[in-house]
Design a protein around this ligand. Structure first.
Ligand code: HEC
Ligand code: HEC
Length: 244
């Protein structure tokens, strides 16, 4: 399992590097070597940390779905749009990259992710990680509800806490999602997607969760999603009134 994880992260890093390389030549052609001193004199706006304004412009595209409480998507079945405020930045970048590369097959999120550069993703992810978290009470170290014996056995079978944490909100790796309190109907759709293969428009190719989800029937996945969703967690939908 660890070996697989390492391979996956190496692959992810490799593809990010390829993307970075693919974009690198553009400024070089636009700026011939002779203009190097000029470039030094005129600071490159791209290198500056993202200003508040530009992050707002970047997330304006997300707010219409992720910033509306109870907003529902209808593909591949009706479910609430996932909460992303309070999610780890690393996981948000990982998820967006998967949509962009087609490892998560979802038409809408794919076209949105494709429009984002690596820098956009990093800025947006950093923004959402802290959104709505000021003054939030500390989470319990362990899940605040005891699962039914049936759900306890399912959790045990796949050792969910070993990756997602004792309270399902403190994963062992920040590139893994916080899932406590996430919408149950969304998690059910996500868990089923990990089981889906050879479907060009639905499904998630993830070695880790694929192997896990395939051990369970859909009824069992629904029970797992229901329990995890009932827990106290950091995730929120934050309506953004300040955007016009
Ligand atoms: C048209 C509605 C819509 C818009 C606009 C939208 N999203 Fe999404 N987003 C969704 C839906 C629906 C999903 C669930 C997709 C799935 O089933 O995998 C999703 C999933 C995600 C996920 C994965 C969440 C998780 O828990 O794995 C992230 C991260 C995300 N969106 C970020 C963004 C960002 C950032 C933007 C703006 C740049 C954005 N979305 C714009 C509807 C939208
Ligand atoms: C070996 C580590 C590991 C174990 C064990 C594990 N997960 Fe995961 N889980 C992950 C990773 C990594 C992801 C993100 C995969 C991706 O990028 O799509 C994930 C994603 C998820 C998601 C999707 C979250 C979202 O926001 O889209 C859900 C739901 C989930 N896991 C539930 C579970 C449940 C329930 C169990 C136990 C039955 C479990 N996981 C066991 C590592 C693990």
């Amino acid at each position: 399992m660890n070996k697989l994880l390492t391979t996956l992260s190496v692959l992810a890093v490799a593809s990010v590097t390829v993307l970075a390389h693919a974009q690198a030549p553009a400024p070089a052609t636009a700026t011939p070597p002779a203009s190097a001193p000029a470039a030094a004199a005129a600071p490159q706006p791209k290198a500056a940390p993202a200003s508040i304004k530009s992050v707002e412009a970047k997330v304006a595209m997300c707010v219409g779905c992720h910033g509306i409480k109870g907003y529902q998507a209808s593909f591949p079945e009706v479910h609430k749009v996932p909460m992303i405020a309070g999610q780890s930045a690393k996981y948000i970048v990982a998820a967006l990259t998967e949509y962009k590369q087609g490892d998560r097959r979802h038409g809408t999120m794919r076209s949105i992710a494709t429009s984002l550069s690596d820098q956009d993703m990093a800025d947006i992810a950093a923004y959402y990680e802290t959104l709505g978290q000021e003054g939030a009470p500390a989470l319990p170290a362990k899940a605040d509800k005891t699962p039914s014996p049936q759900v306890a056995a399912l959790l045990q079978k796949a050792a969910c806490v070993s990756c997602h944490g004792d309270n399902f909100a403190k994963p062992i790796d920040p590139a893994y999602p916080k899932i406590a309190g996430q919408h149950a109907d969304y998690m059910f759709v996500a868990l089923k997607a990990y089981k889906m293969e050879n479907n060009p428009s639905v499904g998630r190719s993830n070695g880790v969760m694929g192997a896990i989800a395939k051990q369970f029937s859909n009824a069992e996945l629904k029970a797992l999603a229901g329990y995890v969703s009932s827990l106290e967690g950091p995730l929120k939908t934050v309506p953004e009134h300040r955007f016009r």
